[in-house]
Write a protein that binds this ligand. Structure first.
Ligand code: CP
Length: 313
């Protein structure tokens, strides 16, 4: 019985001849990008070891817009990680399937930090622990450039949980490379205590939003990243329950009153996800100065640009 149109649910339904036929077919397959007969679209393989809405979907959207094929795996559930496979083994297995690009998001992992640069295929970091979120840094800068033409000499304030923010680190790098001055504000225990900010990036540390907001041409709020907090760093026994959230907003967040301190032509950014009523009052996102959804739109554009450049399309 020929294999055409058949299911394969158990090898017991295959004859030795079938198996030979499959092996011969496998020998003849040309699966690389050099295949000539039916040149397949490049395949982007997205591995997300941490949850994501914007980054995951915009990589997918960008890839579809470019006519690429996309495989996405949410590794928080439904993968062999639940059977004890390590993240490194997972990545190496995906790499062994030879996609054209890997997109990877993960939490703190020295193993993955070390492994990813050694892979033979291009890898795009979709956010790694507290270290880097390169496409976010690029899309944030791109959003400001769309408004200003250039970031040179502009003042950008990043406020909130800077200590645990990969967005802030990539922002420092991209913004300062493009000639902007960067300031930060946040609870003392949520600001980096090392010299990385001030010495490496020349970042100015503000002690109040009242001082920082009139200084800024743009301000970007950051969510409190409780999932990355060391319990010892949470002096309030932090959770985002009602009174803690209200207290945080009144001490460290962009309230309606503080919005008045921001210049009328200044811009408001947030990488998302936003915790309304914590770092931002609920009214902030609908303020005419907000560019939060432009950031999301530009996320598709930046990721498409990167994929196109990497794949030579
Ligand atoms: N900005 C950002 O990384 O959002 P997601 O976690 O939803 O991807």
């Amino acid at each position: 019985m020929p294999l055409l149109g058949r299911s394969l649910l158990d090898t017991r339904t295959l004859s030795a001849q079938h198996i030979d036929e499959i092996f011969l077919k496998a020998d003849s397959m040309q699966l690389g990008r050099d295949a000539v007969a039916a040149k397949p679209a490049p395949v982007v393989c997205c591995l997300f070891f941490e949850p994501s809405t914007r980054t995951r979907m915009s990589f997918q959207m960008a890839a579809y817009r470019l006519g690429l094929e996309v495989l996405t795996m949410e590794l928080s559930a439904g993968s062999s990680l639940s059977k004890g496979e390590t993240p490194s083994d997972t990545v190496m297995n995906f790499a062994a399937m030879k996609p054209d690009v890997l997109v990877v998001r993960y939490g703190t992992s020295r193993e993955l930090d070390a492994l990813l640069p050694t892979l033979k295929i291009p890898v795009l970091n979709a956010g790694s622990g507290t270290l880097a979120h390169p496409t976010q840094g690029l899309l944030d800068a791109y959003t400001l450039r769309a408004e200003w033409g250039s970031l040179k000499g502009r003042r950008i304030l990043i406020f909130g949980d800077v200590l645990h923010s990969r967005v802030a680190r990539s922002g420092f790098d991209v913004f300062t490379k493009l000639g902007a001055d960067v300031g930060v504000f946040g609870p003392e225990h949520l600001l980096p205590s090392d010299s990385s900010m001030s010495e490496k990036f020349g970042v100015r540390v503000f002690t109040s939003l009242e001082e920082a907001l009139p200084w800024a041409d743009a301000c970007m709020g950051l969510r409190i990243q409780l999932e990355r907090h060391d319990a010892r760093l949470a002096p309030d026994g932090e959770s985002l329950g009602g009174s803690v959230a209200a207290n945080y907003l009144s001490r460290y967040g962009l309230t309606v009153d503080r919005l008045k301190l921001l210049r009328s032509d200044a811009l408001i950014l947030h990488p998302g996800p936003i915790n309304h009523g914590v770092e931002f009052a609920p009214e902030v996102v609908s303020d005419p100065r907000s560019r939060v959804l432009d950031q999301v739109t530009n996320g598709v554009r930046i990721r498409a640009a990167l994929l196109a450049l990497i794949l030579g399309r």
